[in-house]
Design a protein around this ligand. Structure first.
Ligand SMILES: [Zn+2]
Length: 313
């Protein structure tokens, strides 16, 4: 009886312990399951809300893009419709300018369109400290076929070159933009110094006794120049680059780079300088070519390509 009671108690205790253990176990399992279910549910909700917000953003973006595309398309269309060919060219140039700024580093170029409406025979020193005096600025030559004066051609090309160089990212200063000025060759060189120019490109055209003489050449100081021997090497490099690219673009006969130490506009320079003699105005073919619009654009491209090549060296 006592043994029986004890065994009943033992069985009961064991049963209680088992139940308790099972209950605990099952409770823990449920808790884990529930919590993981909750986490999953929460994550799903978060995911769902993210998806929703992404979708709504996407929709907004899409609609904004659609709206802006429509707007800009409309603007482009109306601008193109309203604008002339010149405006389109300007837009294209501006785009090119932005790209080229990085390439060229925004070098400063002074363009000197040779001569002016009237020459000035008043004298000025041929170089710093020189006792040799030369006319401030001469009248230049004239097209024997076209009748166009050199100072008209040089400004015509100079202005086109300015636009082309600016479109390529250069900073450009012109010694003159009109014909009625009186700026001496010394003053043109000093202008470049005042503008802190990296190079000076002097635009000229040639004349000769013989009408058969044709072709382009460039002038640069020699290493024995008494004033700018320090600029000889760089000026010759610049001259060579410009002349070669010019002749390549135009097909003009290449007469080479010539050393010249008598030019006032070179001798007063403080930076690399070239004089490009673009062709002979006393030759019928050169003269006519240099007045042809298509040919002129090749001239301008050629000079600009040469300047690019110089700075790219
Ligand atoms: Zn000239």
């Amino acid at each position: 009886m006592r043994k029986k009671s004890l065994s009943i108690i033992a069985v009961t205790l064991a049963a209680v312990m088992m139940l308790t253990a099972c209950g605990n176990y099952s409770t823990k399992t449920e808790q884990v399951t529930e919590s993981s279910a909750e986490t999953e549910a929460s994550e799903e909700v978060i995911v769902a809300s993210e998806t929703e917000s992404e979708e709504s953003e996407s929709v907004e973006t899409a609609s904004t893009e659609a709206a802006s595309t429509e707007e800009s398309s409309t603007e482009e269309v109306s601008t193109e419709a309203a604008s002339t060919e010149e405006s389109s060219t300007e837009e294209a140039s501006t785009e090119a300018s932005t790209e080229e700024t990085i390439v060229t580093g925004g070098h400063i170029v002074v363009i000197d369109p040779g001569h002016q409406l009237k020459g000035d025979s008043t004298k000025e020193p041929n170089g710093p400290g020189s006792s040799t005096m030369k006319a401030r600025v001469t009248g230049g030559t004239r097209g024997t076929t076209t009748g166009v004066s050199e100072y008209v051609l040089t400004l015509d090309i100079g202005l086109q070159l300015r636009d082309e160089l600016e479109s390529r990212g250069y900073t450009v200063y012109m010694t003159r933009e009109v014909h009625e000025v009186n700026i001496s060759n010394k003053e043109r060189a000093e202008f470049a110094t005042a503008k802190n120019a990296d190079i000076v490109v002097r635009i000229h055209a040639n004349g000769a006794e013989s009408s058969s003489t044709n072709g382009a050449l460039a002038l640069a100081p020699s290493s024995s120049n008494p004033y700018v021997s320090n600029l000889a090497s760089s000026s010759q490099s610049l001259s060579k680059a410009v002349l070669n690219a010019y002749c390549e673009a135009t097909g003009m006969k290449n007469l080479g780079v010539q050393a010249n130490d008598t030019m006032t506009g070179i001798n007063w320079c403080t930076m690399p300088v070239t004089i490009i003699e673009m062709g002979f105005m006393t030759n019928a073919r050169d003269d006519a070519n240099m007045q042809d619009a298509t040919y002129q654009s090749k001239m301008v491209q050629g000079i600009a390509n040469g300047i690019d090549a110089y700075f790219g060296e």
